[in-house]
Ligand binder design. Structure first.
Ligand SMILES: Cc1cc2nc3c(=O)[nH]c(=O)nc-3n(C[C@H](O)[C@H](O)[C@H](O)COP(=O)(O)OP(=O)(O)OC[C@H]3O[C@@H](n4cnc5c(N)ncnc54)[C@H](O)[C@@H]3O)c2cc1C
Length: 389
């Protein structure tokens, strides 16, 4: 790897211990992940061989306090997400689904007993999590249109419906399923353990982005879940949105990492590749591309760092996370495109890595709220007028 792109030294905002953890994550990603990830990406397989090493890093549920979780700052959590994505956005996404969406749902919406029951094993990555909100017919409109139903039958809930795009679902031990209670019409969260009768997953095939991540369609056909597995503090979509507010900040950081990974490969290439008898990095137009990329990355990372500080102070609102997610993913898409341009034809060869970032950026751009949805959240906040429909 060439010189990194932390141009304004944001890492200096971390203390020595946190910086050391970030370095460990970087070392793991560069030594263990980088050499093998293209092979998995091509075959669209998940590298289960990496799980023990990832678990050893101790980064699952990084910002949560208690329940075996490290209780670190949102800033370190964000920078770790960035660091994972800098080498591979799929591994960052896997981690975001497990530690962010799944553990976060339990941490923010579970009762004390539920947190004690599930989080320590998830923090150790002895149990892996998934998060099922999106459905085949309902993506952006999940707040109003969820069709998966939950019907209470004594001490048990009966779930019926289908979920789509659910990361980790085919191998997760615990899957948080969001469903509409037929009695009060509210969205509630249920932790499905293992593969109960009526529960089936089927991985989506032939994705052109994040091919390492296993995204599944889940079918729920009369799946019975005990009341003890209903997240006790998730009583409406407002609580689902609290989870998404936290994880969207992580996705904004991932977008920085994806852009940064592509930029760093492009920078290295610019110093090695020669045309007209000199390194292409010596051409003004190539430097222009590199500086534009660095500007995007620096602006996005700085925005994310401030968002993390707002989170730590308890001041982050939905619109703060949404602006960061929308802004950073737009800048990421632009940046990876410029990196690809800088590599010429080699930019589309997987062996030069940049092509993988270009493809993976497309998924990061759309998941956890598209640019349009996040724009509408910010638009509503600044005008007081909802423009969703
Ligand atoms: C790789 C990947 C992983 C994912 N992982 C998960 C997961 O683990 N769990 C999970 O629950 N979900 C997951 N998702 C789903 C993801 O959150 C959705 O794809 C996303 O919310 C968008 O929904 P959609 O794809 O159905 O698009 P749609 O909602 O159908 O949107 C299509 C287009 O219409 C636009 N649009 C929609 N409504 C409006 C409006 N009111 N105004 C203007 N434009 C509008 C959108 O912005 C978009 O451009 C994942 C998706 C991907 C691609």
């Amino acid at each position: 790897m060439p010189a990194d792109a932390d141009f304004y030294d944001l890492e200096l905002l971390l203390d020595d211990d946190d910086r050391a953890l970030l370095q460990r994550v970087r070392g793991f990603m560069e030594k263990q992940v980088q050499p093998i990830i293209n092979r998995y990406w091509t075959r669209a397989k998940f590298p289960h061989e990496l799980l023990p090493g990832l678990a050893e890093l101790g980064i699952a549920g990084l910002p949560y306090r208690g329940y075996g979780c490290p209780g670190k700052s949102p800033l370190l959590d964000g920078m770790v997400a960035m660091e994972l994505a800098r080498t591979d956005p799929s591994i960052a996404t896997f981690s975001g689904v497990h530690g962010g969406l799944a553990m976060g749902s339990i941490y923010l919406c579970g009762s004390e007993e539920q947190k004690q029951r599930w989080l320590p094993a998830m923090a150790r990555m002895d149990k892996l999590g998934a998060f099922g909100l999106t459905e085949p017919e309902v993506g952006s409109g999940a707040s109003r249109g969820l069709a998966t139903t939950a019907r209470r039958d004594g001490k048990v809930w009966v779930l019926d419906g289908r979920k789509k795009w659910i990361g980790n679902a085919s191998f997760a031990d615990l899957t948080v399923i969001w469903a509409r209670d037929v009695d009060d019409g509210q969205v509630k969260g249920f932790v499905v353990e293992g593969r109960p009768p009526g529960y089936a997953t089927e991985d989506l095939q032939d994705k052109i982005a994040l091919r390492v991540v296993q995204n599944a369609v889940i079918t729920l056909d009369g799946v019975r879940v005990p009341e003890a597995n209903r997240l006790q503090h998730a009583n409406s979509f407002r609580h689902t949105a609290e989870v998404l507010r936290m994880t969207r900040a992580g996705v904004a950081w991932m977008a920085v990492g994806c852009a940064r990974g592509a930029y760093e490969h492009a920078l290295a290439y610019a110093t090695e590749r020669e045309q007209f008898g000199r390194p292409i990095g010596g051409f003004q137009l190539v430097q222009d591309l590199l500086v534009r990329m660095l500007g995007n990355i620096t602006a996005s990372a700085t925005l994310c760092a401030r968002l993390s500080q707002l989170q730590a102070a308890g001041l982050a609102r939905d619109e703060h996370a949404s602006l960061a997610k929308a802004f950073c993913t737009v800048r990421m898409r632009e940046t990876v495109g410029w990196a690809r341009e800088l590599l010429g034809g080699n930019g589309i060869l997987l062996e030069h890595h940049v092509g993988r970032f270009v493809a993976d950026a497309e998924a990061i751009y759309s998941y956890e709220g598209t640019r349009e949805m996040n724009t509408l959240i910010v638009g509503r906040a600044i005008t007081g007028l909802s423009a969703f429909v």
